[in-house]
Ligand binder design. Structure first.
Ligand code: NAD
Length: 361
């Protein structure tokens, strides 16, 4: 199979970690008989330096022409970089917002996995973490409170601010369908999170999710109120497979789920539209403090590449091979500095990429 992938190395450690992900993808191509066809584009600070803007139309066109986009990270040191003296719409992050919009990416996926070998980094009590966890937070990305009408007015001398949380059934249905499809590739359980005891938008959410669930009888659906979900994530994270939720709840819960893994350099993510197309990137930023030092952890980007194979190309066997290589590298005691612990072997970014490629089976 030929895979057309647009790569956005970006800024900071971005180019280093994307190079390692390509190394692993190239090994997959060799082993499983595929062709990787990469096109690199500039975005963020790298694009500002060359074109004066964080994203050009040509770059968007190149992204749209591909089957998927693999990104490193964009942005610089927000206190020192000259990029942050520019008006907000010309700063690096504006490129990311613009590409998400141009590609109509409405579903954000963030896995939170606790690897046995990294359990010590988990801030939960051992009696909880020993059960392990492997969940996927699926967050609606283009609707809800962050995109509703807002205003600040003064009424009778009192300032008042209004934000609107609106969803229509089509917006809910399309992400619910994605959630159930993805659950079918995992442990076949969806926990739909809402606040249906209070909010109309949540009551509609719940009823549309139930309609969609009827089409997926092999997937178990449960509903959970968001406040309870926030508690359950630290009390019993092993119970979750796919958590399906709206924009703001997902924003908060996905950060909470990330923190319970304890390892920022291991967290992958994907943003999907209603075709197979997706943008895949690590959850962490561009780490300008360690850029160019060959010490960044490339695993989050490599795992994002695995998500790309699974969700944009339906290459589950190849995605499994990458995830197995990550587990093996950890099992054999190799660590980048951010996940280093006593008795392990410290390696740099490039060496970690070499090892992951070598362990592809
Ligand atoms: P960050 O995630 O870049 O870094 C936080 C800390 O974690 C730093 O100490 C960094 O060295 C470390 N770290 C992050 N990734 C690592 C990795 N793979 N290996 C080893 N250590 C790692 O967050 P920040 O410092 O708040 O942001 C830096 C820049 O990144 C900012 O410009 C910010 O806007 C941008 N950012 C971009 C994205 C994105 O592109 N999607 C996301 C978040 C932040």
């Amino acid at each position: 199979m030929e895979l057309k992938i647009t790569c956005i190395p970006g800024d900071g450690i971005g180019p280093e970690i994307v190079a390692e992900a390509k190394k692993v993808l190239d090994r997959i191509a060799q082993k499983y008989g595929h062709t990787m066809n990469y096109t690199d584009i500039l975005m963020g600070g790298a694009s500002i330096d060359v074109h004066g803007v964080p994203l050009t139309e040509e770059a968007v066109a190149a992204a749209k022409a591909a089957d998927a986009v693999l990104m490193g990270s964009i942005g610089g040191d927000t206190t020192k970089s000259p990029w942050y003296k520019l008006p907000p719409e010309r700063r690096p992050e504006a490129g990311l917002l613009a590409i998400r919009k141009a590609l109509n990416l409405f579903a954000n996926l963030r896995p939170a996995v606790l690897y046995d070998e990294l359990a010590a980094a988990c801030p939960l009590k051992e009696e909880i973490s020993k059960a392990g966890f492997d969940m996927l937070i699926m967050r609606e990305l283009t609707g809800g409170l962050y995109f509703g009408e807002r205003k600040t007015v003064t009424e009778d001398g009192v300032r008042k601010a209004v934000d609107t949380l609106a969803y229509n059934e089509n917006e809910i249905r399309r992400i619910a369908v994605k959630g159930f499809e993805i659950a079918q590739k995992r442990r076949k359980k969806v926990t739909s999170v809402d606040k249906a005891n209070v909010l109309d938008s949540s009551r509609l959410w719940r009823s549309v999710v139930e309609e969609v669930a009827a089409q997926y009888p092999d997937v178990t659906l449960e509903h959970m109120l968001v406040d309870n979900c926030a508690m359950q994530l630290v009390k019993d994270p092993a119970q979750f497979d796919v958590i399906l939720t709206e924009n703001m709840f997902g924003d908060i819960l996905s950060d909470e789920a990330s923190m319970v893994t304890g390892s920022i350099g291991m967290l992958a993510s994907a943003s999907l539209n209603d075709t197979k197309f997706g943008l895949y990137e690590p959850s962490h930023g561009s780490a300008p403090d360690i850029a160019g030092m060959d010490i960044a952890n490339p695993i989050a980007t490599v795992l994002s590449a695995a998500m790309m194979l699974r969700y944009s190309f339906d290459l589950d066997r190849e995605a499994d091979a990458i995830e197995r290589a990550v587990k093996q590298v950890l099992k054999e005691g190799y660590r980048t500095g951010d996940i280093m612990s006593d008795g392990c072997r410290k390696v740099g970014c490039s060496k970690m990429g070499d090892l992951l490629a070598e362990f592809i089976s």
